[in-house]
Design a protein. Sequence first.
Length: 449
Amino acid sequence: MPTQAYSLSIRSVPLDDSWDVIVVGGGPAGCTAAIAAAREGARTLLIEATGVLGGMGTSGLVPAWCPFSDQKEIIYRGLAERIFNESKKGTAHVRPESLDWVPIDPEHLKGVYDALVTESGAHILFNTVLSAVEAKEGNIDALIVTNKSGLTALKAKVYIDCTGDADVSAWAGAEFQKGNSKGEKLMPSTHCFVLTNVDEYAYHNGQSLHAGNPNSPIYKIVASGRYPLIPDVHICNNIIGPKTVGFNAGHIWNVDNTDPESVSRALVLGRKMARQYRDALAEFIPDAFGNSYLVMTGSLMGIRESRRIVGDYVLTLDDYIARRTFPDEIARNSYFIDVHWAKEEAAINNDGIHKWEDKALHYGAGETHGIPYRCLTPKGLQNVLVAGRSVSCEQIVQGSVRVMPVCLAMGEAAGIAATLASGSPDHDVHAVDTRLLRQKLTGYGAFLK
């Protein structure tokens, strides 16, 4: 880490102030935010640090969507449902009526996001990194970004922070939380990977690999001690294409996505882990994985948690348990409290899995809770919205609202709200008429109460 200060020479940089709305981060929330803002007529720019939209569903290789239903009907609607349905067109082996744990073909999903964002009229800048935020008196004045053109200043009326780490908000001076009340115990990360040349018949007709199956071979793999980089029995997996299985497996602890050194170490370790998973599966399940081939690892680390803004409202565990409805809610959510364990609590046997499942909070069929618009509005910043896993909530609730279907829904709301705020004299996101926002959302098909 830097130990000294270096004074930059004073110089001017090119300024582009032609935008109504700038979205930073092209993950699920960023994509729907950009689409929704452009659809409303705002001149919209989407900045993405990599060369790919979609975040964890594409660059991160998460192999399946979390459930889109409340076990009765689809509840993440509007743009979320459209993206979900377009994604399913890339997985011909999935039944059209499937709504929960639907596999993802990451290459197909890249094209879905490219098409929907560009067709909306939003402009994309790939390979463009947020480098600084110029803020004064509770307003962001400009963003400084870096790409092959060098440094550029970008100005908009309203900014939407979809970085996943609340970078825009935090760098502008907004209050945030990270981990527990002591700023500790972030959830572990996972480096997803893909194996191909898998025997599909053996895969489908053998024992399920998921740790929820007490006879899963993962228990023997961990107990053998022959693969020391396989730390526990977490091994979600899905057929994502012909003879091809995507894995969300294992955990890497002590990774902070706001600390580049820790992420760099984790990526190196994650690639080593993926090779051990391939070899272990080939040894213990030779019929299915004996000839398998490690075809890719994620170019993004699977980060579950980092900064959370402190917004005008903090969504609480009590709200989740009460299935609370809010007058300004902009989405409903039914995903369970999916907080991954600390290292000392890692499950390496079936008893550990049952203890973990007992700690998770699950809803019954048809049960949902609301997410207030106020969770998207950072205290102390006037022209900034946040959407995605960094919204204002307690750490335990973040374990539920962090997943992709919810992020898609929050992003659409943020995009519409940003456009409404951009049309007001002071561009105040806190003053958005939430009745009009909700009216627009329901007009686009959102599921609200």
